[in-house]
Design a protein around this ligand. Structure first.
Ligand code: IPE
Ligand code: MG
Length: 261
């Protein structure tokens, strides 16, 4: 069991944000989440609340990504995963899908220099099928440009679904077994995890979903087996560094047991 340690030094009352001075909260390094995963949700409702088309919500959501990355850097996070487009999102109106993917491409093209300067290593993960060549070009370019950065690893999950990832891993392992390269008796959780899309990433410590929905929606199911879950009413375009800091403070106060006592 992890002992409870003092967290943010500031006085706090109720759910108020812990950082009135604009500085990140002082969380001991050992209590920081190593890998934070976020399901970005609420762009459409944000736009509807303003009488705007849904695409304006997605545009505003891109700004929230930059602010959240700034907050992650100030906090000293090492891994940030953002669920930007799921395998299920293809079911949406064709024009909306096109606009979301166009905005993601524009985001990485427009902010590659800034993210590189900040020391962010940007990569993406998910299925390459169905993704346009132009978008793949932007994504591959930012990954190549920022490959040597080490401050923060930002992974954008696109055309991603955890069940897809899991059956693909199972299929690959089955092929390897049939080919005699893997002994089925040797397959365990560690072996299996090597066949996931990103075996280099650590498990998720803190799983955040915005917009008041309390669902995992097929995001990083294997990796989040012991993640702390945090659901906030804030719509994604309104989310930013302060919300991330507040989430990290809440995480640092949790008692993680991993099935122990
Ligand atoms: C999340 O916001 C953006 C994407 C998944 C692309 P939504 O578009 O799901 O917003 P709501 O849920 O309709 O408010
Ligand atoms: Mg939604």
């Amino acid at each position: 069991m992890v002992p409870s340690v003092p967290t943010a030094p500031q006085e706090r009352s109720g759910p108020a944000l812990p950082c009135p001075g604009g500085a990140p909260p002082a969380i001991p390094v050992g209590r920081l989440p190593g890998h934070v995963a976020v399901v970005l949700d609420g762009n459409g409702r944000w736009a509807a609340g303003r009488g705007l088309p849904r695409t304006e919500g997605h545009r505003a959501g891109a700004g929230a990504v930059l602010d959240t990355v700034d907050g992650a850097l100030q906090l000293g996070l090492r891994h940030l995963s953002l669920f930007a487009f799921s395998t299920e999102n293809w079911r949406r109106d064709e024009k909306e899908v096109g606009e979301v993917l166009r905005l993601i491409g524009a985001f990485v093209a427009d902010h590659g220099e800034r993210l590189d300067r900040q020391g962010v290593r940007v990569s993406w993960s998910g299925g390459r099928g169905r993704m346009g060549a132009r978008l793949l070009g932007h994504l591959d370019a930012i990954a190549a440009r920022t490959a040597d950065n080490t401050r923060l690893e930002l992974t954008i999950w696109l055309n991603y679904g955890a069940r897809d990832e899991l059956w693909r891993a199972a299929r690959e392992l089955a092929r390897e077994s049939v080919a005699g390269r893997v002994d089925p008796a040797e397959i365990d959780a560690r072996t299996f995890a090597r066949y996931l899309y990103r075996p280099d990433l650590p498990d998720v410590d803190l799983f955040i979903r915005t917009s008041g929905e309390q669902r995992l929606s097929n995001f990083l199911l294997w990796q989040s087996a012991y993640a702390e879950l945090l659901f906030t009413e804030t719509l994604w375009p309104d989310f930013g560094h302060r919300d991330l800091w507040a989430a990290a403070v809440a995480y640092s106060e949790r008692d993680r047991r991993f099935g122990g006592c």
